[in-house]
Design a protein around this ligand. Structure first.
Ligand code: GDP
Ligand code: MG
Length: 422
């Protein structure tokens, strides 16, 4: 069974905890895109863990975790993330963590470039997480990036880096910054290369055999559908493909076909950073929802923008992900509301539409809000039958509106705080 778990919205839907919950049945968990620009939060009996780079399966003893070729990996960050986990008693070995030899190394100058550019843009900034993700993906496509496999050939890598820096320093100096020194980069690559080298391997070969022998593989996305570089709210997107269709490619088995895609969708909306966010709430209304949902970035601590559930955006997310079933998360967060706003359509230049637009039309969209009855307290419910009638109605309304079956509803952050729908 090959399953992708992906975000339907802007990210932070609670993918980490759903992967943690559903990963039990899977032998292998793959990350297939992105870097440490987003964070998953997982709470289980061992503690509270924020994972930026490592697949969530790392918290389960028998699961093999893959960091695929589609990823960009800051190996200093990875080394620290691994240490934080091993300090809490999590075991990480070459048997349960495998990094693709084709994955790209995110270097300190990518972070520098990201920061210099965001500072140059000032109030026009894109809301980058300043972790070098866009610059390193750009370098990948410029074919001037370092791959994990290069870390096995440090002499050749030094020659390669010397050439790359001649090119990179044109940009660095252009921002008025001191040149990046070759020795400094090589020292960094030596130090953190040594830490991650044992885990670098032929991931494609490993996964091909795993598929052949019928092992169960889960692909774990980071960020949601609306952050996909092609199909998201460009340019306020991530720099990678977040969609399920990319999962086999970014993991290392481009010929494999998914059996199932699980879409993680939040019972309301949140959005980190800049860009159009049609359903955005402001003032006290926003503060209340942000506080109830704990909507602060896992990677950065930034307060997230929040809003009502967005039907046009979520229906679009379901479509581009090709979701077969939905896990609706954080329903409990809405319990404090007397009546719940839902954005059922957009009004664009006087016209009402349920289609999700792009570009300038999206910038001009205004939400058409309808109110649903307050759902009451669902946090103690462990079956759908136990839900108050209004909560059942809210779930069924959303299911119908986005056109995809809701199979799971989570009602709290802990592992067992969810219900399964028949
Ligand atoms: P991800 O990036 O999609 O993995 O999501 P994040 O980890 O960034 O954000 C999800 C946050 O919501 C985390 O702090 C979770 O612990 C929390 N969370 C997940 N599911 C639920 C839920 O059903 N109810 C509540 N109250 N919190 C949840
Ligand atoms: Mg997150």
């Amino acid at each position: 069974m090959l399953t992708a778990i992906v975000g339907i919205n802007w990210g932070d839907e609670g993918k980490g905890r759903m992967v943690d919950l559903l990963s039990e049945k899977y032998d292998i968990i793959c990350r297939y895109q992105g870097g440490n620009n987003a964070g998953h939060t997982v709470i289980n009996e061992k503690g509270r863990f924020v994972l930026n780079l490592l697949p969530s399966g790392i918290l389960r003893e028998t699961t093999v975790n893959i960091m695929g070729n589609g990823m960009v990996v800051d190996i200093e960050h990875l080394t620290n993330e691994m240490k934080a986990l091993t300090d809490k008693g999590i075991s990480i070995t070459p048997d349960n963590l495998k990094i693709s030899e084709k994955a790209i190394v995110c270097l300190p100058y990518h972070k520098l470039q990201d920061i210099m550019e965001e500072d140059r843009l000032k109030d026009k900034k894109f809301g980058s997480t300043r972790r070098g993700i866009a610059p390193v993906y750009a370098d990948k496509y410029m074919k001037k990036a370092v791959r994990m496999e290069d870390l096995f050939h440090m002499d050749e890598l030094r020659e390669k880096m010397e050439e790359i820096l001649k090119w990179k320093n044109i940009t660095v100096k252009g921002y008025g910054h001191d040149e990046v020194a070759l020795d400094e980069m090589m020292n960094w690559l030596e130090e953190y290369g040594a830490a991650v080298r044992p885990f670098i391997t032929d991931v494609s070969g490993y996964l091909e055999k795993a598929v052949e022998s019928g092992r169960d593989i889960m692909f774990e996305a980071q960020l949601g559908a609306l952050r996909d570089i092609d199909f998201g709210i460009y340019p306020y997107t991530s720099s990678s493909q977040t969609l399920a269709a990319y999962a086999p490619i970014g993991s290392g088995i481009p010929g494999a076909k998914l059996d199932e895609t699980v879409g993680i969708m939040k019972a309301y909306s949140s959005c980190v950073g800049e860009g159009p966010f049609t359903v955005e709430m402001f003032g006290e209304e926003a503060d209340a929802l942000r506080t109830a949902g704990g909507e602060y970035g896992a990677a950065t601590g930034r307060p997230r923008r929040v809003g009502a559930f967005d039907v046009p955006a979520s229906r679009y997310g379901v479509k581009v992900q090709g979701a077969d079933i939905i896990a609706l998360t954080k329903l409990d967060v809405l319990s404090y509301m007397d009546r719940i706003p839902v954005c059922v359509a957009y009004e664009i230049d006087g016209e009402v539409t349920t289609e999700f637009p792009t570009g300038e039309r999206l910038n001009r969209a205004k939400p058409v809000i309808e109110y649903m009855e307050g759902i009451g307290d669902v946090s103690k419910c462990r079956t759908f039958d136990e839900f108050p009638e209004a909560a059942k109605k809210y779930v069924r309304f959303i299911e119908n509106a986005v056109g995809c079956r809701i199979k799971y509803v989570s009602v709290g952050a802990e592992r067992d705080e969810y219900v399964v729908l028949d």
